[in-house]
Design a protein around this ligand. Structure first.
Ligand code: C2E
Ligand code: CA
Ligand code: CA
Ligand code: CA
Length: 277
């Protein structure tokens, strides 16, 4: 029994070590991914109740040189803990500005949403960097929506709010991503220059069949209405979910039912085909 106990511990340690090594390898590869051109942006349309496009979210993709696709849920946390999220986030912002020009040039100007992680947002010179990229690319700030998570809204609230107002002064709009999954200070929401709440797909999944999920969706819709915010419901996969949300006043939807995240070229081709704005 004593021996197996020691073995148990040894096994545990070695798997923790394997985890740590995997993480280090990923971190090293990710640092090179940007310069090796292994990163790409996909865009996913957001539509209104009539299924007309109202915008798109940019989602990062990493295909390693060996062909393996590393999911963002794996590499974004590594980028955050290693600080790599700063150059990556900057790259995403540039990609968004370039994509906006491409879309506008093709007759489809639309607001673009990008995910901004807390580590990126808290960089001392974040506002300056955003200002510089906007100047350099001549992209209209009013066409960019920064999706921030509730993780940003739990600590350093006064600094966060001040910085949000600074960026809002440039024209940037803010969306609270994955709303309802975190512990944001609801009293503070009113002090933030917010434009939108995004209902996380975990609440949409069992809507309208599951009572708990539906109750959360309902209360987010009510809160957004009260605060005068737009709502985007993400992860819409079925016509039933779409109908439920439209019937309950959510004007904007995003999900596989309408469009899958895809490269800009594919999005442009799809937009040209439907002739939609
Ligand atoms: P998120 O911001 O909540 O993005 C929504 C996720 O749901 C995306 O996963 C999207 O592909 C997926 N999705 C969209 N429609 C549907 C649907 O109908 N059904 C289902 N099951 N899923 C759907 P993805 O692309 O794997 O990204 C995962 C997360 O990684 C994102 O969650 C976001 O937190 C993070 N992420 C992605 N790109 C970036 C980025 O450029 N910067 C930062 N900081 N984070 C990013
Ligand atoms: Ca998002
Ligand atoms: Ca998220
Ligand atoms: Ca989400």
């Amino acid at each position: 029994a004593k021996g197996s106990g020691r073995n148990g511990v040894a096994l545990f340690e070695s798997s923790m070590q394997a985890d740590a090594e995997r993480k280090l390898t990923l971190e090293r590869d990710l640092a090179l991914a940007l310069e090796n051109g292994e990163l790409a942006m996909h865009l996913q349309l957001q539509v209104d109740h009539a299924q007309a496009p109202v915008g798109a979210e940019l989602l990062m993709r990493w295909r390693r040189a060996d062909g393996v696709l590393v999911p963002p849920d794996v590499f974004i946390p590594i980028a955050e803990s290693s600080g790599l999220i700063v150059p990556l986030g900057n790259w995403v912002l540039r990609q968004a500005c370039a994509a906006w020009h491409r879309l506008a040039g093709a007759g489809h100007p639309m607001p673009l949403s990008i995910n901004v992680s807390p580590a990126q947002f808290r960089q001392p010179d974040f506002v300056d960097q955003v200002r510089a990229v906007l100047q350099e690319t001549a992209a209209p700030a009013g066409q960019l929506i920064f999706e921030v998570t509730e993780g940003l809204l739990v600590t350093d609230l006064d600094d966060t709010i001040a910085r949000m107002h600074e960026l809002a002064g440039l024209g940037i709009r803010f969306s609270v991503d994955d709303f309802g999954t975190g512990y944001s200070n609801l009293a503070y929401l009113k002090k933030m220059p917010l434009y939108e709440l995004k209902i996380d797909k975990s609440f949409i999944r069992d809507t309208p069949n599951d009572v708990n999920g539906t109750a959360i969706v309902q209360s987010i819709l009510a809160m957004a209405d009260h605060l005068g915010l737009r709502v985007v419901a993400e992860g819409i996969e079925t016509a039933q979910q779409a109908r439920y949300l439209a019937d309950n006043g959510s004007p904007c939807m995003q999900g596989y039912l309408f469009s899958r995240p895809a490269p800009l070229e594919d999005l442009l081709a799809a937009l040209d085909k439907t002739g939609a704005a």
